[in-house]
Write a protein that binds this ligand. Structure first.
Ligand code: NAD
Ligand code: UDP
Length: 324
């Protein structure tokens, strides 16, 4: 049995990761300051004696937080650092908090990893590639990021976090790796977090037109959350990923306009569109090259887009869905 620490545990991806780790018999300590997360996501986890929740900020006092974890739970053997606002409207509203979660928060995890001799996995993003000039994106591509644009608080702080991981690995003493996560969706995405999947599902299921930003030709590749979580755990368990960056995402690419039609088809409504302005610096194309994950981890997504969307829609139908 492994003792795991998950930061951002009350968020969308973090809570699914906590559930998967508990199902595999791990002891899990989850940290979250609830800035964008919700304790409701941990309802099942909190029923388990193997789970402990610490409400705390990974970017605040590192020694106090580490001592508190040791006192209330225990030193971890593996640390998953997921704490950070992730949706464009969240990080636009919380730019400083986002930058601190990925800079100080990442350092907290790396120092704790050194102190406890724990493995560290840092959750970075496909946004590290910015508006990519190489397609599909391989881990070796350095990216095309506007350092002062509206997305920069997220993109650049994730890149800083990656550089911090690389520096600790180079200095020695920490077994750390970075995953670059591409657009992921599934149950527990906040209904009003502004991302395209909750927006389109909310709109289609409530008879509203789907808000397409720009001409809808920009592409994204959507990974179901269970596939992502399986990849994250495999990556943390593997000795072959030490010091590396690994893309995790679904390599099936869809223009946003086509994606809107798929959502409407599954919901069973006619496609109606409301065009809105494309936000500045919105990446034109995004699709992961997952050769490295396939080769090192034997990982590839298993859940088809239609199946994953159906599961997500079923989960959303039980809740009130209010897009911003
Ligand atoms: P989310 O907003 O649902 O979850 C993030 C969680 O981190 C929230 O519960 C929030 O309260 C917590 N948090 C933020 N700052 C914190 C701090 N300083 N201390 C403690 N907790 C803090 O977002 P998500 O979609 O679950 O994303 C999780 C991680 O995965 C993020 O690091 C994100 O950048 C990365 N990621 C997600 C996607 C995706 O498609 N969901 C894509 C790329 C990368
Ligand atoms: N988008 C859209 N309508 C919406 C929300 C998003 O057309 O209601 C577009 C957005 O401009 C982007 C893509 O969908 O091109 C994915 O947006 P999201 O915010 O989900 O994630 P991103 O990949 O931009 O971080």
């Amino acid at each position: 049995m492994t003792r795991a620490l998950v930061t951002g545990a009350a968020g969308f991806v973090g809570s699914h990761l906590v559930d998967a780790l508990l199902r595999s018999g791990h002891q899990v300590c989850g940290i979250d300051n609830l800035i964008t997360g919700d304790l409701e996501n941990l309802t099942e986890a909190r029923k388990s004696a193997a789970f402990h929740f610490v409400q705390g900020d990974v970017a605040a006092d590192p020694d106090a937080l580490r001592t508190r974890i040791e006192r209330e739970a225990s030193a971890a053997e593996v640390i998953f650092h997921l704490a950070s606002p992730a949706s464009p409207i969240d990080y636009a509203a919380l730019p400083i908090e986002t930058m601190l979660a990925n800079s100080r928060g990442t350092q907290f995890c790396l120092e704790a990893g050194k102190h406890w001799d724990a493995r560290v996995l840092y959750a970075s993003t496909s946004e590290s590639y910015g508006d990519p000039l190489e397609h599909p994106q391989r881990e070796t591509y350095w990216g095309n990021v506007n350092p002062v644009g509206p997305r920069s608080c997220y993109d650049e702080s994730k890149r800083f976090g990656e550089a911090m991981v690389a520096a600790y690995v180079r200095l020695g003493g920490v077994d750390a790796r970075t995953v670059r996560i591409f657009n992921t969706y599934g149950p527990r995405m906040r209904k009003n977090d502004g991302r395209v999947v909750p927006n389109f599902i909310a709109q289609a299921t409530s008879g509203q037109p789907l808000t397409i930003y720009g001409n809808g030709a920009q592409t994204r590749s959507f990974c179901y959350v269970d596939d992502l979580v399986r990849g994250i755990i495999l990556c943390a368990e593997s000795d072959r990923t030490a010091g590396l960056v690994v893309n995790l995402g679904n390599p099936e690419e869809h223009p946003i306009g086509d994606f809107a039609a798929i959502v409407c088809d599954i919901v069973g409504v006619a496609l109606r569109i409301e065009s809105r302005e494309l936000p500045p610096d919105d990446p034109t194309r995004r699709c992961p090259d997952i050769s490295r994950a396939r080769e090192l981890l034997g990982w590839a997504p298993l859940v088809s887009l239609r199946e994953g969307l159906q599961r997500t829609i079923d989960a959303y139908r039980t809740a009130t869905v209010v897009p911003r």
